[in-house]
Design a protein around this ligand. Structure first.
Ligand code: HEC
Ligand code: HEC
Length: 341
């Protein structure tokens, strides 16, 4: 099957990652159990007690705009406005469209606490559940949140929810997303399920970089490892060595004949970015930010809104992974690119 589902799931700035031919082949499969199979009403709620404590709110603000990069989807209604991220308090009014081709459309939610158009009527537990597991208040699984949201520790989840509830409400309606009939027949084949909501062991930010903080960020908060590892598009499970480079993924920007590949981040000296670059060089590369407008990597959150200590921690953790010798080639290239022999 030709479905490239990863972009639906992980493409922060991406749009449809679906081969029409592949979907058409399955359209006759029968609309049936999809709604039921994509609904997980029994998913437990985490216990989240929001607080107005300024240090906790600031911690949540930092994660939301920085390492957890929620702002890259929820902070704009149009793609290609990286300059917005220079505002560290950009309001999260949502509206960004995710065009999933024949599967339907959905829109990033307004996360300000407006009671009618935002999250003002959600309970802290409902907010905590969707952030951690991807299950929305009505029990449906948000495929996008399932794959792209952060798996926060208890303390960080409380910080993010406290921050979201602390900002001024902005009344702005965002259309509800819906799956097409095609999607309802195809999506159950992906065997998606909510993320395990147990919550990882967190490591608080510190001025002193550490491998432990880097592991928490790269694995759970910033999706570095998820995006930079080859992933089965049907199950979203990793199929390649950790951080050894992704499979190519069609560009969803203005050049659909191009593809992206997320490079090897391991410490292999020839082919891995943390082997090719020293720690200061890596930091400089992260600070330089986006080179390709349509790249799914949420560059601005890392380049503008993440501390040196956190980026150094990520580097140090990536260097501890088993090295992988895998030269992915140019990261933005013609579709179907192969190495000349
Ligand atoms: C890749 C884009 C993306 C990222 C990154 C992302 N979200 Fe979302 N989020 C969405 C979309 C799209 C929806 C709407 C649900 C749907 O249709 O899938 C949503 C829904 C939500 C909701 C439910 C709102 C409601 O009405 O109940 C909350 C809460 C939320 N996101 C919080 C977050 C937080 C916090 C982060 C960062 C930790 C985050 N999101 C990161 C795209 C994203
Ligand atoms: C949503 C997917 C996604 C996430 C999350 C992501 N990346 Fe990437 N990354 C990519 C893609 C795609 C490219 C290739 C295109 C580009 O350079 O923008 C890339 C490129 C890179 C590069 C190479 C830049 C160069 O000069 O060639 C580095 C370094 C990198 N990512 C590090 C990271 C780190 C560290 C994190 C986590 C803090 C991270 N990425 C998170 C998708 C992602």
């Amino acid at each position: 099957m030709q479905l490239s589902f990863k972009k639906i799931a992980l493409g922060v700035l991406g749009v449809a990652g679906v081969s029409i031919a592949g979907v058409a082949a399955f359209a006759a499969y029968g609309v049936a159990t999809a709604d039921r199979r994509l609904t997980f009403k029994d998913t437990p709620y985490p216990s989240v007690t929001p607080s107005r404590e300024p240090a906790l709110i600031e911690r949540g603000r930092y994660l939301t705009h920085g390492p957890a990069h929620c702002v890259q989807c929820h902070g704009r209604a149009e793609r290609g406005q990286p300059e917005l991220d220079r505002d560290p308090n950009l309001p999260l009014t949502g509206g960004l469209e995710f065009d999933l081709g024949p599967l339907g459309k959905t829109y990033a939610a307004n996360l300000t606490p407006d009671a009618r158009t935002g999250i003002g009527s959600r309970s802290p537990a409902e907010l905590g559940r969707v952030i951690r597991t991807g299950v929305l208040a009505d029990g449906r699984l948000s495929v996008i949140m399932r794959a792209a949201s952060a798996d926060l520790s208890d303390d960080d989840l409380r910080a993010v929810v406290s921050y979201l509830l602390s900002v001024p409400p902005v009344a702005k309606s965002v259309p509800a997303g819906s799956w097409s009939a095609v999607a309802k027949s195809v999506l159950p084949l992906f065997h998606l399920s909510p993320r395990n909501g147990g919550g990882p062991h967190g490591v608080a930010a510190s001025a002193e970089p550490s491998v432990e903080r880097g592991e928490y960020l790269a694995e759970h908060v910033s999706s570095c490892v998820a995006c930079h590892t080859a992933t089965d598009p049907m199950t979203l499970q990793p199929i390649g060595p950790k951080a050894g480079g992704s499979l190519p993924d069609r560009s969803h920007g203005s050049e659909p004949d191009k593809e992206f590949v997320a490079p090897n981040l391991t410490a292999d000296p020839m082919t891995g970015r943390t082997g090719q670059l020293g720690e200061d060089e890596f930091l400089a590369r992260m600070r330089k930010g986006r080179l390709f407008g349509a790249s799914a990597m949420p560059w601005e959150s890392f380049a503008l809104n993440t501390t040196d200590a956190d980026l150094r921690s990520v580097y140090r953790y990536l260097r501890t992974l088993p090295t992988v010798h895998n030269e992915v080639g140019p990261t933005y290239r013609e579709r179907g690119w192969t190495r000349a022999r």
